[in-house]
Write a protein that binds this ligand. Structure first.
Ligand code: FA5
Length: 348
């Protein structure tokens, strides 16, 4: 009987192994542990055994019964866990699966252009400085030789901060980066070679204007600086940023803080500078980059230096417009740069 009991235990374990659901489990339980089950049937004749043997078999039978019940309980909770919607089912993870990588971002195209422009000028000795983005009227207009009635000083062009005037006038959101000129000259003895890239603000919005944009301002002050140096730096920038075939030209213009003043044009990347007027983009071979000129003697004086000894040039361009003039970049509305549309930004 001992052998038969041991065999029963083995049979039970083997049968249990193949059980896949609660119904089958219940059937196995009845088959082995039920009132008319295999264990009961086997033990039916125990009473007929001799004393000694009956005790030993009774003890073994109890142990086997406990073992079967424990095995049954374990199987039952295992099936509970595997049940669809059970915790095991919900929390089950395949640790061998390849991991999910977080999506990687990149710098905004305007930020990329800013670091590229900074690097290009750093290579020819221009130090990067940061003049305030919100500044006194004095640095933005007054010290730049701009009369009180200049249109840019009107509320319609510039954002003025609604605070009492200080010794240096009103506080304004800078409409250009030229406030760096006198600020740098005040604290630096020439030779000066700086680049100031910052946010600027104007009351303008349309296909080619935005109220917040970026400008980069270059300033070089030293003895004997002439337009030739300005043209050299402009050509160097144009060829490095836009490509070796691009050329620049200076067109006479007027700014209060430079004399002479120029508008800087660059040959069109689409037609290569063809002046026949057939190009849809430029209609004449040239695209306008921004303003430039030789720093006005009054501005050099405001910066604390002698215009009889020192001369220099300055230029100020929009980063967004400069970026848009790059070959292969087809942005026909400047506002798209700040729409936060990932479909656009991801292309850069
Ligand atoms: C100026 O702001 C002068 N301070 C430039 C300068 C500096 C001249 C040093 C001489 C010496 P202007 O107003 O033309 O100039 O603006 C320069 C450039 O800023 C424009 O060519 C354009 O590229 C960009 N810009 C101006 N307004 C906007 C705007 N609302 N949105 C986007 N870009 C603009």
């Amino acid at each position: 009987m001992k052998i038969e009991l041991e065999q029963l235990k083995k049979d039970f374990e083997n049968t249990l192994r193949d059980v896949k659901d609660h119904v089958a489990l219940e059937e196995v339980k009845n088959e082995f542990l039920g009132r008319k089950g295999k264990l009961k049937t086997l033990l039916k004749d125990v009473a007929t055994l001799a004393d000694e043997e009956r005790k030993a078999i009774g003890k073994l039978a109890n142990e086997i019964k406990d073992a079967l019940e424990t095995a049954y309980g374990q199987k039952e909770s295992e099936l509970d866990m595997r049940h669809p919607g059970s915790r095991l089912d919900q929390e089950w993870i395949d640790v061998t699966e390849p991991g999910k990588f977080p999506s990687e971002g990149h710098l905004h195209p305007v930020t990329q252009a800013i670091s590229e422009i900074t690097d290009i000028f750093a290579r020819v000795g221009f130090t990067s400085v940061r003049a305030p983005e919100i500044d006194w009227d004095y640095y933005v207009f007054e010290s730049l030789n701009m009369p009180k009635d200049h249109p840019a000083r009107d509320d319609w062009e510039t954002f003025f901060v609604d605070l009492p005037e200080g010794k240096k006038g009103k506080i304004v959101l800078t409409p250009h980066t030229s406030n760096s000129q006198v600020r740098v000259m005040e604290t630096t003895k020439p030779p000066i070679r700086i680049i100031n890239i910052n946010r600027t603000y104007r009351r303008q919005i349309d296909i080619s204007h935005i109220p917040m944009f970026h400008q980069f301002e270059g300033l070089m002050i030293d003895k004997n600086i002439s337009v030739v140096h300005l043209k050299g730096i402009l050509d160097y920038f144009a060829k490095t940023f836009f490509g070796p075939n691009r050329r620049t030209r200076l067109r006479p213009h007027h700014f209060r803080f430079t004399e002479p003043s120029f508008e800087v044009d660059i040959t069109c990347g689409v037609c290569g500078g063809n002046e026949n007027g057939n190009c849809r983009l430029c209609k004449g071979g040239w695209l306008e980059l921004g303003g430039a000129g030789m720093v006005h003697p009054n501005v050099i004086k405001a910066g604390g230096h002698d215009p009889e000894v020192y001369s220099g040039f300055a230029f100020g361009w929009g980063v967004e417009r400069t970026l848009m003039m790059r070959e292969g970049i087809k942005i026909d509305d400047i506002r798209v740069l700040y729409k936060n549309d990932l479909r656009f930004v991801k292309q850069f």
